[in-house]
Design a protein around this ligand. Structure first.
Ligand code: PMM
Length: 267
């Protein structure tokens, strides 16, 4: 059954106002709400990877995420750490995270694979071609789904060489990472190329720009969060149909319902 990963972003723009402790309380409360809504995993991140976002240091990142992870783990939630930094991955696993979610697939930090190998955690590797400041310059493909699958296979090989068993690997096509507009739809259309590489494929479309680009603008301009969440529920149900093992979303309840309806259709 396709699982839902609930996103718990602990960044100043996601839980703003007040000091650090208030942020922690809010993030924990939010995570537990997502868990109650049906999230199998809570994916905690302290650094935005959105296009153009500034990088934060590993220390500041850990100050944000570690207290949140400790409390979510204490409450019994399975936690994943969304990070590009090996030091943060290490600290998060020590705090109880069971999965390291590295959207760079090991490319961003040369120490990441060794840390994950030693940690015993599962390792979600994303398709990635560079940091968000210039990732669109790298969005050149001939056959995007095939190239994404090929590069993920390379990342898997590198992980295996570092001592991470294939059974610990989760593969993610990295929707929105070094992929512009229609290229994301091509990857989703060709998801079987990635599903063929391993039994656990994670797909993250939640609220991403390519969804908004496929919707008509609201009368006042742009596309509301609510409409992006509905679009996400649809792509998540389609990803399930295409063989995804899990989907990573902000609004867990909407996607939970969409998956339930898709399952009822499939019988
Ligand atoms: N996307 C974002 C962040 N982390 N992790 C995985 N495994 N897959 C994704 O597609 C992904 C990710 C983008 O940022 P967000 O937290 O604002 O959605």
């Amino acid at each position: 059954m396709t699982g839902i990963w609930g996103i718990v972003n602990v960044t100043p723009d996601s839980f703003s106002d007040g000091g650090r402790y208030l942020d922690v309380d809010r993030a924990v409360e939010h995570g537990l709400r997502l868990r109650a809504d049906g999230a199998a995993v809570l994916d905690v991140g302290g650094e935005s990877t959105r296009p153009g976002a500034e990088r934060v240091g590993a220390e500041a990142e850990q100050q944000r995420v570690i207290p949140v992870i400790e409390r979510l783990v204490a409450a019994g939630a399975p936690v994943s750490i969304d990070t590009l930094n090996a030091a943060t991955a290490d600290a998060a696993v020590r705090a109880g995270a069971r999965i390291v979610n590295d959207v760079s697939g090991g490319l961003a930090d040369p120490d990441m694979r060794d840390v994950v190998a030693a940690s015993g955690a599962d390792y979600a590797i994303g398709h990635w071609r560079g940091f968000s400041d210039d990732m669109y310059a790298r969005a050149e493909y001939h056959r995007v789904a095939r190239e994404v699958a090929g590069e993920l296979q390379e990342r898997m090989g590198e992980a295996a060489a570092a001592g991470i068993a294939p059974s610990r690997i989760i593969l993610d096509p990295g929707i929105g990472f070094a992929k512009a507009g229609a290229q994301n739809w091509e990857v989703l259309r060709g998801l079987d190329e990635i599903v063929a590489l391993g039994p656990r494929v994670l797909v993250g479309t939640s609220r991403k720009r390519f969804l908004a680009e496929s919707l008509p603008d609201d009368p006042e301009g742009g596309v509301s969060e609510e409409r992006r969440d509905l679009a996400t529920a649809v792509t998540s149900a389609l990803a399930m149909h295409a063989g995804a093992w899990a989907v990573r979303v902000h609004h867990v309840a909407a996607t939970r319902d969409a998956l339930a309806i898709a399952r009822a259709w499939e019988g």
